[in-house]
Design a protein around this ligand. Structure first.
Ligand code: PHE
Length: 450
């Protein structure tokens, strides 16, 4: 028998919430969510997104926490431990680890842009510039060879540094104060954005659903975005679940995490769309939405220099805490299954992710031939991870929990041994066993039929 080592645990309930919110809130909320909403009809996307978060995202989050806490293991080890007679289920864990690498690869590219924006804020680059110049500057910096890679390397390095130090000493300490600060800044920005001329059009775009726009593309994009934003379907929350105390109520924890994540995404929408409409940036503009609209907004504000700098620093930190959870999936797997030291596991995983991220970044250069199926490697990684890996991962995770784990164990874990959530347990079981798998399957299959 393998010897039982004492697992590192989150020091407190607030620690796990902070760490899980840290994982969930990141570039997915402030960069990716507006891109997706902008491409998929604004209000129509928002309403589908909210429906998916409530009906699928939250139950999924509880499920991943349950699996992790029950098994006390990394995602691969967790499926093996809970289904010792059917080791094939561990494939969900392996694809999660792979997915972690792939997400990190394009995530660090975007984190690199964020660091570049911090740099530009420091040197007061944005001051007094018009939109065309700021956009040109953004495109130019994407097309540079070494600078983006340097930022990425910095980002990976600071992430690896915390991961190497271990769970409670690392992640918890950094997440607790910084996420609330980010939220306060976002609220100030909302007010500013709503005061711009023409802001109302943007607000209408974001909140007024045009139901005729809801199609298979909107559904799968919203599903992918919900999973991406809530860090679901690839083992991050299984890993964090394994560090949660047996006494914590997984339902209330998930509610706090899921709702905070959604709140931040909505705030981002309320800032970005009114400002984008006011400045004449198209909602389909992609990265420009966050990286060019916001500097324009700061330019209009008193104390813009300070807010711009603070905002981009906090965005780096939000990205950082998310990257930590991605790395932790890979690292905990390498430590427990491959028996590597934490230090070695951290070095292998961060260097591996960095190498793939070089390809993602280079694929965005003008005229680059680094494409797959007509998409740049960057876009390909972004699409395949959220729309395929995470949705399939989520699907099989709920199937596993609903059909493979014993009902007795399921209820035990969900109710902390019969002490909490007693009334919810039947309906929750039903959702996990039937509704969630059916809903995810329908959304995935609809793409091929329509
Ligand atoms: N949820 C993070 C974000 O919104 C990204 C992420 C995905 C983190 C999957 C961990 C796992 O930025």
């Amino acid at each position: 028998m393998a010897e039982k080592k004492k697992r590192d645990h989150f020091g407190s309930k607030i620690g796990i919430i902070a760490a899980a919110v840290g994982s969930a809130v990141g570039l997915g909320n402030i960069y990716r969510f507006p891109c997706m909403a902008g491409e998929n009809g604004g209000g129509a996307f928002l309403i589908v997104y909210l429906g998916i978060v409530l009906a699928l995202g939250l139950p999924m989050m509880v499920s991943e926490f349950m699996i992790g806490r029950r098994a006390q293991k990394n995602p691969v080890g967790a499926f093996k431990a809970l289904a010792p007679d059917a080791k094939g289920w561990a494939l969900i864990g392996y694809t999660g680890v792979l997915c972690g690498f792939l997400i990190l690869a394009f995530y660090t590219t975007v984190a690199g842009w964020t660091l570049e924006s911090v740099y530009k804020s420091v040197i007061n680059y944005y001051h007094g510039k018009d939109l065309a110049t700021i956009e040109q500057g953004f495109n130019d910096s994407i097309n540079m060879i070494f600078r983006p890679l340097l930022w990425q390397a910095v980002f990976i390095f600071i992430s690896a540094f915390v991961i190497a130090k271990g769970i409670s000493k690392g992640i918890e300490k950094y997440s607790k104060i910084l996420m609330p600060t980010l939220t306060v800044i976002l609220i100030i920005l909302c007010v500013k954005s709503l005061m711009l001329p023409g802001a109302f059009e943007g607000l209408k775009f974001f909140f007024k659903p045009d139901f005729s726009k809801i199609d298979d593309q909107v559904l799968i994009s919203a599903l992918g975005q919900a999973f991406f934003s809530m860090s679901l379907g690839m083992g991050a929350l299984i890993t964090y679940g394994s560090y949660i105390s047996k006494k914590d109520n997984l339902v209330t924890t998930s509610l706090m995490v899921g709702l905070s994540d959604t709140f931040v995404a909505i705030l981002a929408g309320i800032i970005i769309f009114p400002a984008a409409f006011s400045f004449g940036i198209q909602p389909e503009a992609g990265p420009s939405l966050a990286f060019n609209t916001l500097p324009m907004l700061f330019n209009q504000m008193k104390g813009g220099y300070f807010f711009c700098l603070l905002f981009f620093i906090l965005l780096v930190i939000a990205a950082w805490t998310s990257a930590l959870s991605l790395l932790e999936v890979i690292v905990s797997y390498m430590i427990e299954e491959l028996k590597l030291s934490r230090r070695k596991a951290t070095i292998y995983s961060s260097v591996g992710a960095f190498i793939i991220s070089i390809l993602a970044t280079m694929s965005l250069h003008n005229g680059s031939s680094l494409t797959v199926f007509g998409l740049t490697i960057f876009d390909g990684l972004d699409k395949i991870t959220s729309m395929v890996f995470m949705t399939l991962g989520g699907l099989f995770t709920v199937i596993f929990l609903g059909w493979k784990v014993k009902k007795q164990d399921f209820e035990n874990e969900f109710t902390n041994g019969g002490t909490v959530n007693m009334r919810l347990r039947k309906i929750f079981y039903y959702i996990i066993k039937f509704i969630a798998p059916a809903a995810i399957t329908v959304i995935m299959v609809s793409q091929f039929i329509i």
